[in-house]
Design a protein around this ligand. Structure first.
Ligand code: PGA
Length: 269
């Protein structure tokens, strides 16, 4: 099955859920979605570091992939407060998220570091979820496409096409994220996804680049999820606040699944 035959749906719980909250959330989400074939849907959750090993004990990779919100590129070293790929491997998680907007804009991470992290994550066998997105000012200055291309080309520098099999990209405009965010319109998101897809084919070639999942994130909710997922180049949704309640996440999943399969059927036909 080609990678894009399934929908990608996931959430990053940021600094919001304790170990107890995370276990409860995952158990409930898994129960609510247990009838949905994982051939149709790649479900993933990215909890806080402290919850990861507990989370792993609650759900399997086949049920819900688990990811870390950040990772240092080095296996060990004098990096107080950092977590290494070896530490994450030991827990048995699946994904490493790289360059989330809050890492870039609150903690000052740059493309150079995202690149080191992306290469290290892939070298250590994780799925690397690279997050990219322009700020409001960059959008207003009309340089969004340039910014996205820079973040991709610099963030993925020296990633071999052979390694790209485990690469996912999330397009998350900075101005669309969080409590003060304004969700991107479906048309705007689709336009940027096309820019991203084109850039990925430039980097990895037509065959590999076109097959990399690109997810939209930033104020996704029950109201806008449908119009986003029907867009041709949106392969999944990366959801914050609206997914932190398992029942609400489940209702979004139920809403977009049939729309995604119609889109897939339309493509095949
Ligand atoms: P939000 O978060 O859905 O709460 O805007 C998205 C994100 O930060 O990934």
């Amino acid at each position: 099955m080609a990678r894009l035959d399934k929908i990608y749906l996931g959430t990053n719980t940021k600094m919001f859920k304790t170990i107890g909250n995370t276990k409860e959330f995952l158990t409930e989400l898994n129960r609510l979605t247990s009838d949905i074939s994982r051939e149709e849907m790649q479900l993933f959750v990215i909890p806080s570091y402290t919850a990861l090993s507990h989370a792993r004990a609650v759900v399997s990779t086949e049920e819900i992939m688990l990811g870390a919100q950040n990772m240092n590129w080095a296996e060990e070293g004098q990096f107080t407060g950092e977590i290494s790929p070896l530490m994450l491997s030991e827990i048995g998680i699946d994904i490493v998220m790289i360059g989330h907007s809050e890492r870039r804009h609150v903690f000052g991470e740059q493309d150079r570091e995202e690149n080191l992290k992306a290469k290290s994550a892939l070298d250590h066998g994780f799925t690397a979820l690279l997050c990219i997105g322009e700020t409001e000012e960059q959008k207003e200055n009309g340089i969004s496409d340039e910014i996205l291309r820079i973040q991709l080309k610099c963030g993925l520098k020296d990633v071999a096409p052979g390694q790209a099999g485990k690469l996912w990209v999330a397009y998350e405009p900075v101005w669309a994220i969080g409590v003060n965010g304004k969700p991107a319109t479906a048309e705007y998101a689709e336009e940027k996804h096309l820019v991203i897809k084109k850039c990925l084919t430039e980097i990895f070639g037509e065959e590999i680049g076109a097959d990399l999942p690109v997810l939209y994130g930033g104020s996704v909710n029950n109201k806008n999820a449908a119009e986003l997922i029907v867009q041709e180049h949106i392969d999944g949704l990366f959801i914050g606040r609206s997914a932190w309640d398992a029942e609400n996440f489940n209702s979004i999943i139920r809403l977009v699944l049939p729309l995604f399969s119609q889109k897939k059927t339309g493509r095949e036909g």
